[in-house]
Unconditional design. Structure first.
Length: 103
């Protein structure tokens, strides 16, 4: 049983990261990213992370980082965290996250 939920958007983010990484840096880097992200997801799921709010305008959204990727999630008391986005730091984070939350 998983300790967290991934939204369809977050799953698509992971597929995009995998495709881009494989095309540009190869399987070794892809495996490194996958391992790092999975460990961070588990840490979030076990609530072994200091919760950091992303913004006062989005008080329900928390953020953490794994390498060059920001992980955005929702976490309510006594429920599994919901990972809503995995966005590379070079992208326009606010644009992607706002569009996703307003959908």
């Amino acid at each position: 049983m998983s300790l967290y939920h991934l939204t369809e958007d977050a799953e698509q983010d992971l597929r995009d990261i995998a495709r881009y990484t494989l095309d540009n840096w190869g399987i070794k880097q892809l495996e490194k990213y996958r391992s790092s992200l999975k460990k961070r997801f588990i840490t979030i799921g076990k609530n072994e992370i200091i919760k950091r709010h992303f913004s006062q305008k989005m008080p329900d959204v928390y953020v953490t980082k794994s390498g060059g990727h920001f992980i955005f999630y929702l976490a309510e008391e006594n429920q599994k965290p919901i990972i809503i986005a995995v966005i590379h730091e070079s992208r326009d984070i606010l644009e992607h996250l706002t569009a996703r939350l307003n959908a």
